[in-house]
Design a protein around this ligand. Structure first.
Ligand code: SF4
Length: 209
């Protein structure tokens, strides 16, 4: 992977945040190339490879351009897995633009960064999360797939602080996965697991990027 000041970037675009507790908020997305996992259900497989080598300064210029057209308080650095590349300089420069930063990560890597909102989405089959991320995550997103069962939900609930919300997000808004998400939610409630909720992918309902 290229190192700073060059990043491998898949795409930069403005939209709404479609997932999690920030759902619906205007957001500029910086999608970095590459992932250390290969989930069957991944809906951004196109970001596993390819992309362009872009300097951090060029990324900032593109973010500012997007911001002119679609004012947003937030930049979401996503992937693929964004923490495979060194994004210290990128995150520092975004903060200097007076924008807030969200990171969407699978939880396997950690960097010390000036981030406002960590969204951690542990993935099968180990659902491993770096200990530092367990401490600072603002939300946990579990994609409801055939691999996700109650034992996983319970393990993740026990790992994270009780105040960190866990969202059960049905894979690609599929009806069968929504039913399973509701089933897991009821099961969690019946077994005394707290601060768990279901979610959707709002951008797919709106038919936008
Ligand atoms: S961790 Fe995320 S980006 Fe990587 S393969 Fe899995 S779903 Fe796709």
């Amino acid at each position: 992977m290229p190192q700073p000041p060059i990043l491998k970037v898949n795409e930069i675009f403005a939209s709404i945040q479609g997932e999690g507790l920030r759902q619906g908020e205007p957001t500029i997305f910086v999608r970095l190339t590459g992932c250390n996992l290969r989930c069957d259900f991944c809906d951004t497989k196109y970001a596993w490879e390819g992309g362009d080598d872009i300097s951090v300064q060029q990324v900032i210029e593109q973010v500012k351009q997007q911001h002119k057209e679609f004012p947003a308080d937030w930049v979401c650095i996503t992937g693929g897995e964004p923490l495979l590349q060194d994004i210290r300089e990128l995150s520092q420069k975004i903060k200097r633009e007076d924008l807030k930063i969200q990171i969407e990560t699978n939880g396997t890597r950690f960097q010390k960064l000036p981030i406002d909102w960590y969204t951690v989405s542990p993935k099968p089959d180990k659902y491993f999360v770096h200990p530092e991320l367990i401490r600072i995550a603002r939300e946990v997103k579990l994609v409801v797939t055939e691999e996700l069962d109650f034992d996983v939900v319970r393990k993740i609930r026990q790992e994270f602080p009780p105040t960190t919300p866990i969202l059960l997000q049905p894979e690609s808004n599929k009806e069968s996965r929504m039913k399973e998400g509701m089933h897991l939610l009821k099961q969690s409630s019946a077994k005394g697991l707290e601060n768990i909720r279901v979610g959707t992918q709002l951008h797919k309902i709106f038919g936008i990027q």
